[in-house]
Design a protein around this ligand. Structure first.
Ligand code: SF4
Length: 123
């Protein structure tokens, strides 16, 4: 988190699209992890202060969670004219990056129920 700088100091990087042969989109890579979550388990990703998330993570840092999270868990979406921080917690692969990379340490990752995590069958 201490290494993050405001977005206005940088230009967006135009990364090449995945080719589907040696590089894949995020959700395809998430499916390769075979991470399983019980349907009714308690929320394991908690944003402590949602107003701070909007005023800082979105407005100052341009929503880095949408890029550093390898599983596409975090999205800023517009709903009824309002910006909403959507958390697709079912996609989480438990790398814990959000817990240490959020610019305000405003996201708390906790161990999922049952201690689940990635299960790569061919490694
Ligand atoms: S621990 Fe955080 S950064 Fe890692 S996959 Fe889950 S939500 Fe994304």
């Amino acid at each position: 988190a201490a290494a993050l700088k405001p977005a206005k100091k940088f230009k967006p990087i135009d990364y090449p699209k995945p080719d589907g042969k040696i590089s894949f989109d995020k959700l395809t890579n998430v499916s390769f992890t075979n991470t399983y979550h019980g349907e009714d388990q308690p929320v394991h990703l908690v944003v402590k202060d949602m107003a701070l998330q909007k005023s800082s993570e979105h407005d100052v840092y341009a929503g880095p969670s949408a890029r550093y999270c390898p599983a596409g868990v975090y999205e800023w979406i517009e709903e009824g004219g309002e910006l909403k921080f959507q958390i697709n917690s079912q996609n989480c692969i438990h790398c814990k990056t959000c817990d240490i990379k959020d610019p305000n340490l405003n996201i708390n990752w906790t161990v999922p129920e049952g201690g689940g995590g990635p299960a790569y069958p061919n490694m």
